[in-house]
Design a protein around this ligand. Sequence first.
Ligand SMILES: Cc1ncc(COP(=O)(O)O)c(C=O)c1O
Length: 381
Amino acid sequence: MGSFDERVADGLAAIRAGGRWRELRPSQLAQAGRIGRDGQGLIDFSSNDYLGLALHPRLAERAADWGHAYGTGAGASRLVTGTNAAHLAIEARVAAFKGTEAALLFASGWQANAAVIPALLAAAPGAAVFTDRLVHASIHAGLSGVRQHRFRHNDLAHLSELLDRHGAAAPARVILVESVYSMDGDRADLPALATLAAAHDAVLIVDEAHATGVLGPGGAGLCHGVPGIALVMGTFSKALGSFGAYVACSALLRDWLVNTCSGFIFTTAPPPPLLGAIDAALDLVPGMTAERTHLANLADRLRAGLAVRGFDTAGSTTQIVPAIIGTEADTLALSARLAGAGMLAAAIRPPTVPAGTSRLRIALRAGHDIADVDRLLEALG
Ligand SMILES: Cc1ncc(COP(=O)(O)O)c(C=O)c1O
């Protein structure tokens, strides 16, 4: 039996041998859909700063203003002394934006899913849990140790079958989906899911990480106006240009989370500079219709160009457009070739996506122009 370090080294060697080695490389977001990496300016097709807000001066200014006014840290957890009037004000703004009764802030999207899901399940012991096969790793973190009935991606007939088979005898049923799938860029049929959930007396929970700011009325997401969704989670880290997350739900569920959710109770409140950046983003996002239309047009052009070149784009209808390649080696080679041509399109490999579906995940930013998309298509051609 080796030492702990030897075991770790063996584990790393296995990761390397399996072609799944990952490493951290410094990079810096830049304007106009660019990114700096390894001393090179690249067209960035991999970040989630869809609306360009991460570099918007209004967010940086308000972050600095609120940092000066309220401090750089909140000082304690929300329930001890950490709740600033700004936390409550941002939550009221998020609830209004999402069209829900209430909202609650969390440190990050990953942490929100990991913390909120167990708290909700604690209200319904023994609940049967149904998840789309492609839900994000953070949802699985929230379901650690919980038996999942996983339905084929976006296949509501399969979900219905599983609900009949495993849900009927359970004391409660919970369905977890994303409104936009992060690696495929396709959408869930939320009205149909809500109808199915209602028919089975199931609780529907939706992750809007990639829809928030980009899709729905004024960028409010795809859940906006769809009745029957119990809780929506979303992040400020992608289109909203900063960091942190929210859940939008009824006042009743918010009270439940405030009183039972470990990842809310036992963590320091989000810092005021972050709240300032979120506040500025919430000012800007509803009016960014031109940016949303531009993103949709770029995505249409990219999908059409990829289709002509024989790439499968996996049902994408959003600003996230995958080009499915297949093997990890081919995907890495293509990504490296694009980097050589001045473009960053990260290779996404298992375990992030199913084996055999390694892909370039192309994420469009509002700062891109048509020439950027055409340059990518030419390089892929
Ligand atoms: C669908 C989905 N949910 C949650 C998260 C986590 O959000 P965050 O990056 O804010 O932690 C991500 C992003 O990584 C995501 O793609």
